[in-house]
Design a binder for this molecule. Structure first.
Ligand code: C2E
Ligand code: CA
Ligand code: CA
Length: 798
């Protein structure tokens, strides 16, 4: 673009310039010719009048008269006079034409005087005879016509300007009186050869000045004229493109031709200059443009791109705002806000605004680099909300989100109080790791007591549940704390230890905090080993079942069995299901175990029905984790479908503690299971927080009163045992079976019997039995029934 514009402007300018150059030259040349013309006319007139003045002077007349009268030519006098005249003329003005040769001759062609200033011995050349002059005058003896001029050109040499001859006829009488002038004999002719230095010089100068581009052509037109004047034609372009002008007279023309190449060369120079200028201009503007683009666009954009890349790589580099007010600055600003947003998203949890897992991990990684001043502690608090999932599932995610936001705000507020404990280089951070997991990293804590007090403060947030506006949720926090006052522990270790401590805090029950200790470490190790043993036992098919008989409280007839899991390897180490089941529940192995137990129970039930016509129930325990696992229902459905047992003889026990008030999901799952035709029992009733009213939402058949009730009955003074009464009454009202567990002695049995319990189980009646024992017991009962002749299948062996 720059090139095109510059080329256009240049060409326009060049055209103007060219015209101007030519015009100027032509004007100049015309001026020179005009000058030549004026000067030539002036000089000719000057010489003419000078010559005439001298020849027709009194002196000349006297001399010629004397000569006439004496018959002898007073040649010396005339010569002297004329020499003087010539010399006077030639020395008069340097620039005026010079008389080189002067001849005066009489009517008979008799030479009277010949003066040649250049060559004294030069042969006189007469251009015309006196007679010829006289003839040309027409009227003989007319004295007023004698005095006239004739002009001749010297024969020109090739292209050289010749000299001019001026001839003047005169008579020495004419000055005196007419009467003397009567014969042609009295006529003289003066022939002066003139050389115009000025003229020749001027032409030569013109030619030289134009370095051979200006030529002149001399055209000889006539040999003589009696009148001479000059004219000129101005320079004009001719058909060849050259410029021509002329200097004209009757005798000769001088045609001056200025070759067109004269301008071509000059213009070429200018063109080259123009091109060079253009080139320089284009190059300069190109580089200026490049520089400007570089400075104003590329440099800021590259800088921006670099910063963006750096931000992309580390998410820490800040962009600097640009001071300029252009598009690049706008772009920079947009990037800045975008990066801020991305940074925010990358580092912060979008819901609570706390740090997220990523940025927390970064903080954690720097833990080891922080020197603990004066033996202060760095502590990591791992907080997991209990029952949060329940809130989310049953009150909606909005409520869940609100709860998390409220908690994070209360957490921050609580920790602000604790700031006074903190000193030194802080790397404190509160982060949400995801879901309902929060972590706090605190530095410079003075003592373990201080650490513990923070744990206490956090769990106090949940004192009596978590209130959100008008509502109160049964949500609590399990807090695990890991700490260190040396550089041995790195951040990762702290996090695992806090996580382990949290896990144990959760196991210990509602709203608990636990500091990581060697004991916890051992416990975690122990549990990890148990988990491994359970996985191995499952894959090696090492699990077995025992069966706890349940009896009618009234008749003591066998009503059924509760199927209980055994792991022989662990049993040898004194570890029963009360220990290993909660461990299994923390791992996915429980899902496999529960399904194994379910299938095994169905098979055993089928077997005992088939072998002994068993009509009682088999109940089996299912972990809450399985209840929330969709596969459990589908697989149980398949198991039942492939067996021909009556599903009514199968009872599923679910622990009360895993049921929450208004737990819609649990209700849905239980309804689904219930739809298989099996019975549902709630286990360990009384240990959870389900009110009786809420229990009615569940599709229940049986309530299993927790063993602790029976134990409590033993120590409760008589007359103060209302709780169980009410339960029995209500259970009856809602047609629920009531089973009392843990009847260990006669007194227990007496108690529960009077309260109106349906079924009892406990060591008082029997310890859990092996399968052989079950088959034996059922076999004997079967025989008994047979003997009594009761072939009808009844639900109870009485
Ligand atoms: P649970 O469901 O309450 O089972 C009853 C537990 O109480 C059994 O212990 C049983 O042996 C014990 N027991 C029965 N009568 C008495 C008595 O009079 N006195 C005393 N002290 N104990 C009595 P076990 O077999 O050790 O089971 C413990 C817990 O393990 C069970 O409590 C149940 O929650 C869980 N469990 C056992 N088997 C399974 C299973 O197959 N699957 C699942 N998910 N959990 C199981
Ligand atoms: Ca049970
Ligand atoms: Ca129980």
């Amino acid at each position: 673009m720059i090139m095109v514009v510059s080329a256009m402007v240049s060409s326009l300018y060049y055209d103007l310039y060219k015209k101007q150059i030519i015009d100027t030259k032509i004007i100049q040349l015309n001026g020179r010719i005009e000058n030549l013309l004026l000067r030539s006319e002036y000089e000719l007139n000057y010489v003419k009048s000078y010559l005439r003045q001298k020849i027709e002077s009194k002196e000349a007349s006297l001399i010629f008269n004397a000569k006439q009268s004496g018959n002898n030519l007073p040649a010396p006098d005339v010569t002297e006079f004329l020499n003087l005249f010539v010399n006077q003329k030639n020395s008069a003005n340097d620039n005026s034409p010079v008389i080189n040769d002067l001849i005066v001759f009489d009517a008979n062609q008799q030479m009277i005087v010949h003066i040649n200033t250049l060559d004294p011995f030069a042969v006189p050349i007469l251009k015309i005879t006196t007679k010829e002059i006289m003839e040309q005058t027409g009227e003989q003896g007319a004295p007023n016509k004698i005095s006239q001029y004739h002009f001749f050109l010297d024969s020109p040499y090739l292209n050289q300007i010749p000299s001019l001859y001026i001839l003047q006829a005169f008579s020495h009488y004419q000055l005196y009186s007419k009467s003397f002038y009567d014969s042609n004999d009295d006529i003289y002719v003066a022939q002066a050869k003139l050389d115009s230095n000025f003229f020749k010089k001027e032409i030569k100068a013109l030619v030289e000045q134009h370095h051979g581009y200006l030529n002149y052509q001399f055209i000889d037109k006539k040999s003589s004229v009696d009148k001479l004047s000059f004219s000129s034609t101005p320079f004009q372009i001719n058909e060849n493109g050259s410029y021509q002008g002329s200097f004209k007279s009757a005798l000769f023309d001088i045609i001056l031709t200025l070759n067109k190449n004269y301008f071509a060369e000059q213009l070429n120079n200018i063109l080259i200059k123009f091109l060079l200028l253009n080139l320089i201009l284009i190059t300069l503007s190109y580089w200026l443009l490049i520089w400007l683009i570089d400075q104003q666009i590329i440099l800021p954009i590259t800088k921006l791109a670099k910063s963006v890349k750096a931000v992309e790589a580390s998410l820490v580099v800040e962009l600097t705002p640009l001071t300029s007010k252009d598009e690049v600055a706008d772009l920079n600003e947009s990037y800045m806000s975008l990066i801020h947003k991305i940074n925010d998203q990358a580092n912060n949890d979008s819901l609570t605004g706390l740090a997220n897992r990523g940025s927390f991990n970064e903080k954690l990684a720097s833990v080891q680099n922080v020197r603990q001043k004066n033996q202060t502690y760095v502590a990591l608090f791992f907080i997991d909300l209990d029952n949060f999932k329940y809130v989310n599932d049953n009150f909606g995610h909005d409520t869940g989100d609100r709860l998390l936001i409220a908690f994070s705000q209360r957490l921050k507020k609580t920790l602000r109080v604790e700031d006074k404990f903190i000193s030194g280089d802080m790397i404190n951070s509160i982060a949400r790791l995801g879901g309902d997991e929060f972590v706090i990293l605190m530095n410079g804590l003075p003592s373990i007591e201080a650490i513990e007090s923070i744990g206490k403060r956090i769990s106090n947030i949940f004192y009596d549940g978590f209130s959100l506006g008008e509502d109160k949720f049964d949500v609590h926090a399990s807090i695990g704390i890991a700490y260190s006052n040396d550089l041995k522990k790195n951040g990762e270790t702290l996090l695992t230890q806090a996580d382990d401590a949290m896990y144990l805090a959760k196991r210990a029950g509602k709203n608990n905090y636990k500091l990581f200790s060697d004991e916890i470490k051992e416990k975690m190790l122990f549990e990890k080993n148990i988990e491994i043993e359970l996985i191995n036992a499952y894959s090696d098919d090492q699990f077995s079942l025992v069966f706890m008989p349940c009896y009618s409280a009234e008749t003591l007839a066998l009503k059924g069995y509760e199927v209980l899991l055994r792991c022989p390897i662990l049993k040898d180490a004194g570890i029963g299901p009360d220990i290993f089941i909660p461990i299994a529940e923390n791992s996915d192995i429980i899902l496999a175990i529960d399904l194994w137990v379910a299938e095994e129970t169905v098979n055993r039930l089928a077997e005992v029905i088939q072998k002994n016509g068993f009509t009682g129930f088999f109940s089996f325990n299912v972990s809450s984790k399985s209840l929330r696992n969709d596969k459990f229902y589908t697989i149980l459905k398949k198991i039942l479908a492939s067996s021909d047992i009556n599903p009514k003889q199968l009872e599923l026990e679910i622990t009360e503690t895993c049921l929450m008030p208004d737990d819609h999901q649990a209700v849905a799952s239980l309804n689904q299971l219930k739809s298989l035709g099996i019975r549902i029992a709630i286990d360990d009733f009384g240990t959870g927080y389900t009110s009786f009213g809420q229990i009615l939402n569940y599709p229940l058949d049986t309530l299993k009163i927790d063993r602790s009730f029976v134990t409590n009955l033993r120590i409760t003074p008589a007359g103060k045992k209302p709780t169980l009464d009410i339960i029995f009454e209500l259970a009856k009202a809602y047609q629920l079976n009531v089973i009392v567990e843990g009847v260990e002695m006669q007194a227990d049995f007496e108690h529960v019997k009077t309260l109106g319990c349906d079924i009892v189980q406990g060591f008082y009646f029997s310890k859990p039995r092996t399968w052989t024992e079950v088959l034996k017991q059922c076999g004997q009962l079967h025989q008994l029934v047979k003997k009594r002749g009761q072939h009808k299948k009844i639900a109870c062996y009485g």
